[in-house]
Design a protein around this ligand. Structure first.
Ligand code: MN3
Length: 201
């Protein structure tokens, strides 16, 4: 059966992340941007030779070969992962145990992780993503341009922050560093990250 990309509902109400992320941002980001990636990916899949593949295979196999399909398919995954990676009352330095241990092991402590994650997002020139990933059994920070994600770099995503301007311009204008700080301090769903860590390692 041919694969069909889907637009999942947000896992919380549109206003649930206020004051850190507005309902207006989530309405545009989910209902316009994410929805457009889903529609375009479904338009570009027929004739690609990947119709019957699963989502990750479509992403990996279209990378570098079919940019239109790759960009939209990867952005569908990236946005679902980003929205699932936030929650009301999220963020902060109180982490679930396994995630805390892995972060301490990889970065020497939460503060260093926080600094490196924020720095990855700040220094991603133009549009893209900041990621915490698992690679070769260890946590790492990664930044990717445009639609690229860890799967095409042989890594597993743990949590991510969208640093395309549409993710923060309504709420933070040009202040990308402030948006990244708010993501780590008030929005990140660390339980989601720990569940991904358990799958990855
Ligand atoms: Mn986005």
């Amino acid at each position: 059966m041919a694969y069909e990309f889907k637009l999942p509902d947000l896992p919380y109400a549109y206003d649930a992340l206020e004051p850190h992320m507005s309902a207006e941002t989530l309405e545009y980001h989910h209902d316009k941007h994410h929805a457009a990636y889903v529609a375009n990916a479904n338009k570009l899949l027929p004739g690609s030779g990947l119709e019957d593949a699963d989502e990750l295979t479509i992403i990996r196999e279209s990378f570098g070969k079919n940019p239109g399909l790759f960009n939209n398919a990867a952005q569908v995954f990236n946005h679902t992962f980003f929205f699932d990676g936030m929650k009301p009352g999220g963020g902060g330095s109180k982490l679930p145990g396994k995630l805390e241990a892995a972060i301490n092991d990889a970065f020497g402590g939460f503060d260093k992780f926080r600094e490196e994650f924020i720095n990855a997002g700040v220094t991603q020139f133009g549009s893209g993503w900041a990621w915490l990933v698992a690679k070769d059994g260890k946590l790492e920070i990664m930044k990717t341009p445009n639609a690229e994600n860890p799967f095409v770099h042989d890594a597993q995503p743990i949590i991510c922050c969208d640093v395309w301007e549409h993710a923060y311009y309504i709420d933070y204008r040009n202040l990308r560093p402030k948006f990244l700080e708010v993501f780590v301090d008030h929005l990140a769903n660390w339980e989601f990250a720990e569940a991904n860590l358990e799958k990855a390692l």
